[in-house]
Design a protein. Structure first.
Length: 170
C-alpha cells in the first residue's frame, strides 16, 4: 500500500516538475504577440495529462505548485494573481467539460484555453478598475482556442504514448 502512495506522489512530482519546466521554456520565448500577456500555455500540457491520469484533485495540486513556483521564479505577485485566476477557472471548466460534456481531450483543452483567458480578463478588469480591458477578449478567446487545440493534440499524443509504452502510471 505504501509503495502505491509513494509511486503516486513521485509521479505527481514529475508532473509538477514537467509543468514548471514547460513554464520556464515558455518564459524564454520572446513575446511576439500584440496583446499583452498572451502566451502559448505550454504548462497546461502537464495539467491536462495530470487531469486525465490522476483526476481533478491531483491536477489542482500540480496546478498550484506550478503557478507558485513559476510565479516566484519568473514572474511577480501580479503574474501569480493572474495565473491563479486563469489556471483554476480553466481547471474547473476542464473538469466540468471532461465529466459532463462528453468532450475529447481536444475539447477539454480548448475549453481550458478559452476559460483561462476569461479568468484572467476578469481579474485584470478588477485590478486595473477598468472594464474596457474586455476589448482584448475576442483576440484572447481566439488565441485560447488555437493554443488549446494544440495543447489538446500534444496531450492526446503524449497520453497515448505513455499508455502504450509504460506501465509507470498504471
Amino acid at each position: 500500500m505504501q509503495s502505491g502512495i509513494g509511486k503516486r506522489v513521485a509521479v505527481l512530482g514529475l508532473c509538477a516538475a514537467g509543468a514548471i519546466l514547460l513554464g520556464y521554456v515558455e518564459s524564454l520565448i520572446p513575446v511576439l504577440f500584440f496583446v499583452p500577456g498572451m502566451k502559448l500555455g505550454l504548462a497546461n500540457l502537464a495539467i491536462v495529462i495530470t487531469l486525465y491520469f490522476f483526476g481533478p484533485g491531483n491536477a489542482a495540486a500540480v496546478q498550484l505548485v506550478r503557478i507558485v513556483v513559476v510565479g516566484f521564479l519568473f514572474g511577480n505577485l501580479f503574474s501569480i494573481a493572474f495565473s491563479l485566476a486563469g489556471g483554476f477557472f480553466s481547471l474547473a471548466v476542464m473538469c466540468l467539460a471532461k465529466r459532463y460534456g462528453g468532450f475529447t481531450v481536444y475539447g477539454v483543452s480548448v475549453a481550458g484555453g478559452v476559460s483561462h483567458n476569461i479568468g484572467q480578463i476578469c481579474v485584470a478588469a478588477v485590478l486595473v478598475e477598468n472594464v474596457r480591458i474586455v476589448y482584448y477578449l475576442p483576440i484572447l478567446l481566439l488565441s485560447g482556442l488555437v493554443t488549446g487545440l494544440l495543447i489538446g493534440l500534444a496531450g492526446d499524443e503524449t497520453m497515448r504514448r505513455l499508455k502504450t509504452t509504460s506501465n509507470f502510471f498504471f
